[in-house]
Write a protein of this length. Structure first.
Length: 132
């Protein structure tokens, strides 16, 4: 019984590691195409300005509700999130499920590969909108 419990825990950790490395292994070029779905509200790049949504320059690793020039919802301000690849993945799966009351009226990106790709694309931009 103990062996199977240890084996099961080991398998669970291995699957978690595989999932995390798959997230990190997104393709930025493919992510740029996925980002086209987001571009109606969000911008990236050195000339990006806030619109319906905040600018996403430097979003990977940033605190939520920290992009200047955007009026965030009280729910997003209170969420106290840091946009790690894992947090972004969960949020992009269902924004309103993760942060009820968010202004983001987007149903989410159902495909895990698409989410990994767009996160890899966003990760290429520093806070000033320059590609890393």
């Amino acid at each position: 019984m103990v062996k199977s419990g240890i084996w099961g825990a080991g398998l669970g950790l291995a699957l978690l590691a595989i999932g995390s490395s798959a997230q990190a292994a997104g393709d930025p070029a493919a992510g740029e195409k996925v980002f086209a779905r987001c571009a109606a509200c969000h911008k990236v790049g050195s000339d990006a300005k806030a619109g319906f949504g905040p600018v996403l320059n430097g979003v990977v690793g940033a605190k939520a509700a920290s992009s200047p020039g955007y009026a965030y919802s009280p729910a997003m301000k209170a969420a106290k999130l840091v946009w790690t690849p894992a947090t972004l993945d969960k949020y992009l799966t269902g924004p309103a499920k993760m942060v009820p009351g968010t202004k983001m009226a987007f149903p989410g990106v159902p495909d895990a590969k698409d989410r990994a790709n767009v996160i890899a694309y966003l990760g290429r931009f520093n806070a000033k909108g320059q590609k890393k």
